[in-house]
Design a protein around this ligand. Structure first.
Ligand code: SAM
Length: 195
């Protein structure tokens, strides 16, 4: 039995989008996919995208140009970010820490490329509690989502991984989102590289 307050997806999406709108400066977006966040970024943002999937990166490059972002997206995984230390003001990841091969390594890289005091914003679906129907379904779905959904592992405790990293967590909003009879936990994590 899954208990607790449920939040409709539309509300979660609105709060996530509002957080993305507050990013400023040179922003590195990890696993930027098809550029779903372009419409949300403040016009002053100097966007740097990272996307390892060649086909998605090509579409992303086109969309980036149409949104006035001049830099072509970078090729590579977030486990080895091709940028120098302290070179960005903020890092953005939406539904990407579920997909990377090594989240701990990615967070090391995020802390490296952020300037001291720089901000990391992650919006992620995370593991459901053990013993819940959703937890069981996500565990069973994992082998399939790993193969067919951009490497997605729906059983990760991403908040714990961020808290264990060199980043300082400034705020976490936790949600339980009803989806097709399941209750998917989702987090919005606002963190900083210590100044
Ligand atoms: C579920 S999609 C999310 C895309 C986009 N962030 C969004 O919110 O629409 C996950 C993305 O992460 C990318 N990805 C997978 N492994 C990655 C890695 N190791 N480093 C960076 N991005 C990765 C995938 O290619 C895909 O574009």
């Amino acid at each position: 039995m899954e208990t607790g307050t449920r939040t409709p997806w539309a509300t979660v999406e609105a709060e996530r989008d509002a957080a993305v709108r507050t990013l400023r400066g040179r922003v590195l977006e990890l696993g930027a996919g098809d550029g779903a966040n372009f419409g949300l970024l403040h016009p002053s943002v100097d966007w740097v995208g990272l996307e390892p999937d060649r086909r998605r990166r090509a579409r992303l490059a086109e969309k980036a140009r149409s949104h006035g972002h001049r830099a072509a997206p970078l090729d590579g995984g977030a486990e080895d970010i091709p940028l120098p230390e302290a070179s960005v003001d903020a890092v953005l990841g939406t539904t990407v820490l579920c997909s990377v091969a090594d989240p701990e390594r990615v967070l090391e890289e995020v802390a490296r490329v952020l300037r001291p005091g720089g901000r990391a914003l992650f919006a992620e679906h995370v593991a459901a509690p053990a013993g819940t129907a959703t937890g069981t379904v996500l565990r069973l779905a994992r082998p399939f989502t790993r193969v067919f959904d951009h490497g997605c592992d729906p059983t990760r405790d991403t908040e714990a991984t961020v808290r264990a990293s060199a980043l300082e967590v400034a705020g976490v909003a936790r949600y339980a989102v009803p989806v097709l009879g399941l209750v998917i936990p989702y987090v919005l994590i606002d963190a900083r590289r210590p100044a």
